[in-house]
Design a protein around this ligand. Sequence first.
Ligand SMILES: [Zn+2]
Length: 248
Amino acid sequence: MTTWLAGARTDARTRTMLDAAERIADLQTIVVQGSYSDGTASAGTHAGGGALDLRTWHLTTLQRGRLLLALRTVGFAAWYRTKAQGFDPHIHAIAIGCSDLSPSARAQVADYYDRKNGLANDGPDDGPWMRPIKTWEQYQADQNEDLPDTGTPDDDGDDDMATPEDVWGYENDGVVPNTDAFGVLVTTMAKADVAADKADYATKQLNSVAAGVSALSKALRDNGVITGAQHTAVNAELSGGGVPGLPR
Ligand SMILES: [Zn+2]
């Protein structure tokens, strides 16, 4: 059951899509901003139909990933909006093909098809990528097509469930048995999240150490302890490690 915060509403098609995504993700969604809303924070994107903002702080990383994937599966252009991007973290979702989208929501759907993040910075889509992207109607048609007609689920020869490769664009390395593709997707997504966070932290630490070494070298040069050439050599070493923007 979806919880709608005061004043949050949307059109019938979008509501049906959200219900379907909620069933797939197997969790409770909370709509903090719906459609036909003129929230100044969202630059008119929610002014028409098809737009939803979902709360995420009550979800684990895994649940959040599952919800994002489920929303995309049923035909939303959905992104996790982060603090780093300047947001109070939430999932922002636009129902692809809604006839009543605001111009800015329509532009975001175009961005989604272009594998972009739908933000002013024109950044890449942070996933998970759907291959191919489907509308609600295409998703439903596929569900019907996949109904068994001989009692054998896969008698049509194609897999009913997306593989990690389908969605992520790379192959399951075989470490995780691919018995439950959906579970593998979600786990992979969570692991990627953690790995990205760690890599980001490590890079920051490295940059901070390098900046310290460079500043020390500069002070030694300024005080005549080492030569300018030696200081330049130190910086060249540091930059060789991929550290940008050091003081010269
Ligand atoms: Zn939004």
